[in-house]
Design a protein around this ligand. Structure first.
Ligand code: AMP
Length: 280
């Protein structure tokens, strides 16, 4: 695996690969890698010839400096995992290399950035869109691989890609879960062993709510699910909500085609955990 610290070197290397006709798949991450991240890389390696992973804890998407400081960083272990998974290229920059003063277009996120995660993390999606834009300019991939786990992020990036118009294909990869159903996340390592076990409730509650959507009123399901999760020790629900799968607007009734996404954010022991299920 080649490791690049500087975008100039990475750009030169990838331009050479592109000139040889090789296709490029890109997996942006913030490190502290787990099976979820590796599944994106594995999918990238089946669909494109060069798998590029970036590890960069992007300061502009954290509205809370304590959260940024507490974000886990495990570069040594990450490099080992990526090597073993067959990654060819790792971009491991520091902030000065990413934000080197080059201009990038700002995307119009059309209000998608102000709801759900955006409501409690102002500026978060503007920061995500900014860094993904810069990374796409550097890597210029054919395909971009991202996880369904961050469903709102997928919709934000989709919108941004449509505006960029450079033909990058976004591939949404399914959520990889721990044995108890908890969606894998770098943040899970901040939970106590007991909290981590009990956080499996989140997925079970999502599944039950999704099953009930054919027979009960959606607001009733939302309320009962919230109450159930809120009643667990050290759980605080931020939202638990049926939404339109693209616009993420709230739904009071299932739409004609029955397609919805059920999204939730729950603080467990003060750690913000996200999960969702698609209802089709
Ligand atoms: P992060 O390092 O948290 O920014 O995540 C980097 C990428 O990995 C994003 O596209 C995430 O959606 C994706 N990802 C994180 N956790 C999972 C998971 N459990 N299953 C699938 N993809 C994931």
């Amino acid at each position: 695996m080649r490791i690049f610290r500087f975008q100039t070197d990475l750009r030169a290397y990838l331009s050479d690969q592109r000139n040889q006709g090789l296709s490029i798949g890109f997996v942006p991450t913030m490190g502290a890698l787990h099976e979820g991240h590796l599944s994106l890389l594995k999918t990238a390696l089946t669909q494109t010839e060069i798998g590029v992973v970036s590890i960069f804890v992007n300061p502009t998407q954290f509205n809370d400096t304590a959260d940024l400081e507490k974000y886990p960083r495990t570069p040594g272990a990450d490099i080992g995992l990526l090597e073993a998974a067959g990654c060819q290229v790792l971009y491991l920059p520091d902030a000065t290399d990413v934000y080197d003063g080059r201009e990038t277009a700002t995307a119009d996120l059309g209000g998608l950035d102000a709801i759900l995660e955006g409501a409690s993390r102002p500026g978060h999606f503007a920061g995500v869109a900014q860094v993904v834009g810069i990374l796409l300019d550097i890597v210029q991939p054919d395909k971009l691989f991202m996880g369904q786990k961050d469903y709102q992020q997928i919709q934000v990036v989709n919108r941004m890609l449509a505006q960029r118009g450079d033909g990058v294909v976004l591939v949404m990869c399914p959520i990889v879960r721990e044995e108890n159903g908890l969606a894998m996340s770098s943040r899970n390592r901040r939970l106590s062993a007991e909290g981590r076990e009990r956080a499996g409730q989140i997925y079970r509650t999502l599944q039950k709510a999704a099953r009930e959507a054919v027979q009960k009123e959606l607001p009733v399901i939302e309320l009962e699910s919230r109450e159930h999760l809120d009643s667990q020790p050290d759980f605080t629900v931020d939202y638990f909500s049926f939404r339109h799968p693209q616009t993420l607007e709230p739904l009071r009734h299932p739409p004609a085609d029955g397609r919805m996404v059920l999204v939730t954010a729950v603080l467990v022991e003060g750690v913000r955990l996200l999960d969702n299920v698609l209802v089709v």
